[in-house]
Design a protein around this ligand. Structure first.
Ligand code: NAP
Ligand code: GLV
Length: 317
């Protein structure tokens, strides 16, 4: 029996895979403070945490008994994985179970940003709409457009499948060529695409991957969608590009410094903004939570979970 700390509220039924273990659930919407989280890690064999929990070197240094950190998210930029590996702590995430749901949200942002839906709705709700006008609320077409997918992994490919149903041409890029048709260097993708959708993990290599230079390569009619992580985009550069009409619009689900949102992006008439809801359906959030709990339980039971990010720590245990 292992001691498991679940750092934040999940969903009813989520903890079932941990049955038989000594579970301490911080069943609150409020995240633990840095000190509470470090104390929780220091007293547990397993942590089931969320992307709002920072699992850093200082925390890991105090966590003598910790075997596994299971993040209830596929992105794990909140965890210092090299430090975890050095400490012999297994890190797990939730790949696969949220691909289609997150791709649905990316596509919702593509449609909404291309059709200027947030501004149009805001105008109606505030009483500014005075009836049908032929030359108002004009957007750009999604059907038939060229979609550039930056990061062609699980979610990027799920977005590509949707795009084909809209008669779109899909191009993509990754660090190493996929060898598949439509694989372009990123600069060529940015010049070619009518819509650019970001699906890379946040890393040192992807921080500000889309900055001033990259935005300047995009078409003035182009739309940028970010459901990856906020810091992948230089938000000041994006605000400038939108203000200057250098690109047409942006659809964003993620922000640098969440929950703060860059005030210029909040004020821009050409942004569609969602509050980090990419995977937020009942079924998918439950599947994510259960997968993370299942991974923690397997590790505690001596089995290497399939979701392990640093499986190399396992044989040395
Ligand atoms: P994945 O399957 O690992 O795919 C990531 C892709 O990015 C791979 O094709 C990878 O290919 C590529 N890549 C990595 N570094 C790159 C770089 N520097 N330049 C270009 N391409 C690069 O990941 P996923 O499951 O699709 O998830 C992607 C990310 O989406 C997550 O890490 C998370 O941050 C985010 N996410 C957000 C939400 C939300 O709620 N908004 C929900 C789920 C996920 P190579 O390694 O070959 O380059
Ligand atoms: C959500 O952002 C995730 O990475 O799962």
């Amino acid at each position: 029996v292992g001691r498991v700390v679940v750092t934040r509220r999940l969903l009813p039924g989520a903890l079932e895979p941990l049955a038989g273990h000594d579970v301490v659930h911080h069943d609150s919407h409020e995240p633990l403070t840095t000190e509470e989280l470090a104390a929780a890690a220091a007293s547990s064999d397993a942590l089931v945490c969320q992307l709002t929990d920072r699992i850093d070197r200082a925390l890991l240094a105090r966590a003598d008994h910790l075997t596994v950190v299971a993040n209830v998210a596929v992105g794990y930029d909140n965890i210092d994985v090299p430090a975890a590996t050095e400490a012999g702590v297994l890190v797990c995430n939730t790949p696969g179970v949220l691909d289609e749901t997150t791709a649905d949200l990316a596509f919702a942002l593509i449609l909404a940003a291309c059709r200027d839906l947030s501004s149009a709705e805001r105008s109606l709700r505030t009483g500014a709409w005075d009836g049908f006008r032929f030359d108002r609320y004009l957007g750009v077409d999604v059907h038939g457009a060229t979609l550039g997918i930056v990061g062609y992994g699980r979610i990027g490919r799920a977005v590509a499948r949707r795009a084909r149903g809209f008669g779109m041409t899909v191009v993509h890029c990754t660090r190493t060529t996929t060898g598949e048709p439509g694989c372009l260097p990123i600069d060529d993708l940015l010049r070619t695409a009518d819509i650019v959708s970001l699906h890379v993990p946040l890393s040192d290599a992807t921080r500000h991957l889309i900055g001033r230079r990259e935005l300047a390569l995009m078409k003035p009619t182009a739309v940028l969608v970010n459901t990856a992580r906020g810091p992948v985009v230089d938000e000041d550069a994006l605000a400038d590009a939108l203000d200057a009409g250098q690109i047409f619009a942006a659809g964003l689900d993620v922000y640098d410094g969440e929950p703060n949102v860059n005030p210029r992006l909040l004020a821009s008439p050409r942004t569609v903004l969602a509050p980090h809801i990419g995977s937020a359906t009942f079924a998918t959030r439950l599947a994510m939570a259960r997968l993370a709990c299942d991974s923690a339980a397997r590790a505690l039971n001596g089995e290497l979970p399939a979701t392990a990010i640093n499986p190399e720590v396992w044989p040395t245990r």
